[in-house]
Design a protein around this ligand. Sequence first.
Ligand SMILES: *Cc1c(COP(=O)(O)O)cnc(C)c1O
Length: 456
Amino acid sequence: MCSRIILGGTALEKKTIAGLSIFEWQEKHRLLNKLVNMDEMFWLNPDYGTELDDTIVLADQVKSAEDRLERFADYIVEAFPETGPMHGIIESPLVEVPSMQENMEKSYKVVIPGKILLKCDSHLPISGSIKARGGIYEVLKRAEEIAMKHGGLKQTDDYGILASEAYKELFSNYSIAVGSTGNLGMSIGIISAKLGFRVTVHMSGDAKQWKKDKLTSLGVIVKEYDDDYSKAVEEGRLEASLDPHCHFIDDEDSIDLFLGYATAAGRLKNQLEDRSILVDADHPLFVYLPCGVGGGPGGITYGLKLAFGEHVHCFFAEPTHSPCMTLGLMTGLHDKVSVQEFGIDNKTEADGLAVGRPSGLVSRLMTSILSGSYTIEDQRLFELLRMMAEAEGHYLEPSALAGAYGPIHLLSHQTGREYLENHKLLEKMNKATHIIWATGGSMVPKDMMEQYLAKS
Ligand SMILES: *Cc1c(COP(=O)(O)O)cnc(C)c1O
């Protein structure tokens, strides 16, 4: 009954993963066929809504992350004057996209009731992507620890003093390292170099040249690997472990990154309130988040669940060639499985999402709070990229468009309708808000953007 796998041939058929052959896995999970064949699919999480036992502990931690970012606001203004109008709080606009909504309805022949908003992390200050949340937060936390322990900093000080030569010199005794497909390296590289840390970014083979060039120009050491993201992380982790003064930012397993991302939710709540947009039992909120290793979308989902509980419905978006989080959740193997083991090649133009193995920390935390996920073909990312540029004048990178396919999937696929029926949402959709989380793009060079536009 199960369809044959295209890739790999007999070697793949005989192989077992966690004790089962690929065919046995496919029999257990109906949608695994589509994942393995790299077809688009929409998956509902069967464990959604079960108890989340560690909410309380993490809720406190999210609060303390919010407080820490506020303490650093004076430093951020000092170091990055462009954040002045926002008083040193690194936050992105939430905008309406009515023409995009109309275009999506026409092109995909689907009615999208309710209102679509775009969350423009593409325009976050400092590094122009969602990574300006988690990445910068973790470096700031590290800087605060060092400054308190060795530089006499107190919580009540004006953190603007951290921009002084004395603190830069202190930080220059320490280093930061990270493995990245590009954007995390950018945000960590930029903030670390600004503070005065020595910083090394281990880049995967798919990282774009302009990102490496930009970092090198800032004095960041860039090490390149002819391999994927997991390898870059592994090498970075190994090298950092040899240096006691080096802090490794572990994108696969960092609670601090996760917390930095989670702080987005409280701020989004304020933005919605400012627009008088309700989120409650009669006004559901749907949020569509592009997912790579999981920290960004996972942290935000966690924060949103703390803020809105059952009234928010979060879906992850992954490329058909890199569906690592969907695979980890569907099989329950979390980080104990990679897409490559299932013959999926992890080759995508959506470089921020080119990850073959999910974060185990995030995958486990998502088990009960993620509504579902879906995959999208690269070609469609480019179509949506062009549509967004032409309809709204927002220029985003391919990864950032993965979320735009969410409302279409949800409202036009049988599985999506099933979700709405199960949660008694069908009759409330006129009052729904859909947020497409646009995760990056403002720093993409013009010629690169033109290449993207030409691809649709
Ligand atoms: C990193 C990234 C994501 C996904 O974040 P993860 O934490 O890797 O899941 C999405 N979009 C862009 C543009 C990114 O750089």
